[in-house]
Design a protein around this ligand. Structure first.
Ligand SMILES: [Zn+2]
Length: 235
C-alpha cells in the first residue's frame, strides 16, 4: 500500500503520480504487479454526449405550446370572463421566435430573424390589444416604436455584415442606435400623451451620444490615434 508523500492520500498500486497533487509516487517496497493487473481507473477520459439541437427544438416547442394550450383551455372552460390567455399565447410564440437562433443555429439569416422577431412582437401587442378597451397605445405608441427599433436593428445588422467592423465601430453603432431609439421613445410618448411631439430628456442623451460618436469617428479616422487607443485598451 502506497501513500502520497505530499498530501498523504492512499494510492492505488498502479499509479505513477498522485491524482490529487501530481507528486510522483516512489515506493521501493511496492510488490511488482501481475501482468494481467487491471487498473480500477479508466484509461481514457470520459465525454458527455452533446445535447442535439433537435432535442432542444422538441423540448422548447413542447413546453411553449403546452403552456399556451393549457392557458387557452383554462381560459375557455373555467376563468372565461376575459381573454387573458391570448397574451400568454403571444408571449409563447414570441419566445419561440426569439429562440430560433438556438434551435436552428446558422439556419436563419440575421435580417430574417429580426423580421420574425418583429412579427412576434406585433403578434404579442395585437393579443394585448384584443383585451384592452383603447387601441391608441397600439397605433400611436407601441407599433411605431417596434418598427423603429426593427429598422434600427436591421441597419446595424447590415452595417455589421457589409461594412468593415471592429470594436470601435461596434460601439459607434451602439451609440447612434441608443440616440435614435431614445429620440423615438421620447417623441412617441410625448405625442401619445399630449398630441404634440415634444423632445425633452432625449436631447441630453442625444448630446452625449453625439460627443461620444464625434470622438469615436476622430479615433477611427486617424490610424495612429486608433492604434494608440487599441494598445491602451487592449483590444
Ligand atoms: Zn498527493
Amino acid at each position: 500500500m502506497s501513500y502520497c508523500v505530499n498530501c498523504g492520500v492512499e494510492l492505488e498500486p498502479s499509479l505513477k503520480i498522485c491524482p490529487l497533487c501530481q507528486t510522483p509516487v516512489n515506493n521501493p517496497k511496492q510488490i511488482p504487479l501481475p501482468s494481467d493487473y487491471k487498473s480500477p481507473f479508466p484509461s481514457e477520459s470520459g465525454t458527455v454526449e452533446e445535447v442535439s439541437h433537435k432535442d432542444i427544438r422538441i423540448l422548447l416547442s413542447v413546453m411553449l405550446s403546452t403552456t399556451a394550450l393549457a392557458c387557452l383551455l383554462l381560459n375557455f372552460f373555467i376563468y372565461n370572463s376575459l381573454l387573458w390567455s391570448l397574451p400568454i399565447c403571444g408571449i409563447s410564440i414570441l419566445l419561440w421566435v426569439l429562440l430560433i437562433p438556438f434551435m436552428f443555429p446558422g439556419k436563419v439569416p440575421l435580417w430574417l430573424q429580426l423580421f420574425l422577431d418583429l412579427g412576434g412582437v406585433v403578434l404579442l401587442l395585437s393579443s394585448i390589444l384584443c383585451i384592452t378597451e383603447s387601441s391608441i397605445w397600439f397605433w400611436h405608441l407601441m407599433l411605431p416604436l417596434a418598427f423603429i427599433i426593427f429598422l434600427q436593428a436591421e441597419l446595424v445588422a447590415f452595417g455589421v455584415r457589409h461594412l468593415p467592423f471592429s470594436f470601435l465601430i461596434g460601439t459607434l453603432y451602439l451609440n447612434l442606435s441608443a440616440a435614435v431609439i431614445c429620440l423615438a421613445i421620447n417623441a412617441l410618448v410625448s405625442y401619445y400623451r399630449t398630441d404634440h411631439v415634444h423632445i425633452t430628456w432625449s436631447a441630453i442623451v442625444l448630446t452625449v451620444c453625439v460627443i461620444l460618436s464625434a470622438a469615436q469617428i476622430a479615433v477611427l479616422s486617424r490610424t495612429r490615434l486608433r492604434n494608440i487607443v487599441r494598445k491602451r485598451l487592449h483590444f
